[in-house]
Design a binder for this molecule. Structure first.
Ligand code: NAD
Length: 367
């Protein structure tokens, strides 16, 4: 297991590795790590696939899609060979394709566990999107399957490779705002189509918290560098709204950290917000937006008088940093800084948040 201290050190090491060049093994072979993208939807096709052009150590070699015409079109556009086109029926035959090192799972959440476990059984490393799975039990199975196969498992927490977030973490650790006291974050967007998989509990595992509130939870953990010891939550959902028959809209949760820092987070499917604020006894670190694809902004000081432009992150973009980090971990046999255990930790806390909202009481978390 990677603990928080290891993570901070690992994050620094990831940046250092990029700044000082490649690990020796990668320099020796010069071969780029091959990725198969599973799920050509908004994120897999719209965001991840176009990022390979920004990568130094990663390349796109295969696609897994239920739509053959789409797969052929995308393959032609991105130079994926015919032998790299798969569907959900012949997915397991990726084991016979040596071009594929990593499977990147960009599917609805309820499919993450199955496609991760099958990838590991086919002898492939896995990068799986967030949230890791619909339950902590599934997360544990995913970790066990990858461990059994001797393969790496990383979760798609892109903010760990994003320059503004890394600079905010660095400044919090360096004591720029003194002793940390209070963390606040609101994350939300307006959910649309009531039939989308995100609003079906069996496919999403939950509502706004699983999908977007998880960014607030993640930020609370990486900004403070601590693990919460207890949660208290309150949910507010209009169950007559056709979008929210199965999943929550608003859920507010408080996190208690061992140092005495309090985290206060709001997750929403009915308003657009993306904000992170960390207060210390000597100042504040604020990001707004904080975890967006682009346009993030950072202020450090007493208010918003001192806007910071951070040094570049580990990759040309947060996604290139993420894809190349996995590639470098494979080449140099290191654990990813956001390994499966990190995804499991979030899902365990999310389960406690849901329990707290349901039972209207404070829930303590296992150490
Ligand atoms: P999407 O609905 O746009 O795409 C899902 C893909 O899965 C589609 O290609 C769809 O055809 C395929 N699929 C296969 N079987 C399916 C089924 N039974 N039902 C529905 N779709 C099926 O979703 P998305 O926004 O691309 O999200 C995919 C994953 O990426 C999710 O885990 C999501 O949380 C994650 N995501 C992460 C970020 C990020 O910033 N890290 C952003 C968006 C989405």
């Amino acid at each position: 297991m990677i603990d928080r201290r290891d993570f901070v050190l690992a994050a620094g090491a990831a940046i250092a590795a990029t700044a000082t060049g490649l690990p020796a093994a990668a320099q020796d072979t010069g071969r780029k790590i091959g990725y198969a993208i599973v799920g050509l939807g908004g994120y897999g096709l719209g965001v991840i696939i176009p990022q390979f052009k920004n990568c130094q150590h990663s390349k796109l070699v295969a696609l897994v899609s239920g739509d053959p015409a789409k797969a052929r079109r995308v393959a032609a556009e991105y130079g994926v060979p015919e032998r790299g086109i798969y569907n959900y029926q012949n997915y397991d035959s990726i084991k016979d394709n040596p071009d594929i090192d990593v499977v990147y799972v960009c599917l609805p959440v309820s499919m993450h566990a199955e496609y991760t476990i099958r990838a590991a059984q086919a002898g492939k490393h896995v990068l799986c999107e967030k949230p890791m799975a619909v339950s902590s039990a599934e997360c544990e199975q995913m970790i066990a399957a990858c461990r059994k196969a001797g393969k790496k498992l990383m979760i798609g927490y892109r903010c760990h490779f994003e320059a503004y977030n890394l600079e905010a973490i660095r400044r919090a650790r360096a004591g720029d705002i003194g002793k940390l006291r209070y963390f606040r974050s609101e994350h939300g967007f307006v959910a649309g189509n009531p039939n989308a998989w995100r609003l079906k509990k069996a496919m999403s595992g939950g509502g706004s918290l699983m999908d977007i509130g998880i960014y607030a939870l993640q930020a609370a953990r990486y900004m403070t560098g601590e693990e919460p010891v207890a949660v208290f939550a309150h949910e507010q959902t209009d169950r007559n709204d056709p979008r929210f028959r199965e999943v929550e809209d608003m859920i507010q949760f408080q996190l208690e950290f061992p140092s005495g820092v309090i985290g206060s987070c709001m997750s929403m499917y009915s308003a657009n917000q993306n904000h992170v604020l960390l207060m210390g006894d000597k100042g504040r670190i604020e990001l707004e937006p904080g975890t967006s694809y682009s346009g993030n902004r950072l202020w450090v000081g007493r208010g918003r008088e001192n806007e910071i432009t951070p040094p570049p992150g580990p990759g040309a973009t947060q996604w290139a940093g993420q894809l190349d980090h996995m590639a470098q971990c494979i080449v140099s046999n290191r654990e990813p800084i956001v390994a499966g255990e990190e995804g499991l930790r979030d899902i365990r806390i999310i389960e406690a948040i849901y329990q707290s909202a349901r039972e209207r009481r404070r829930i303590t978390l296992r150490a």
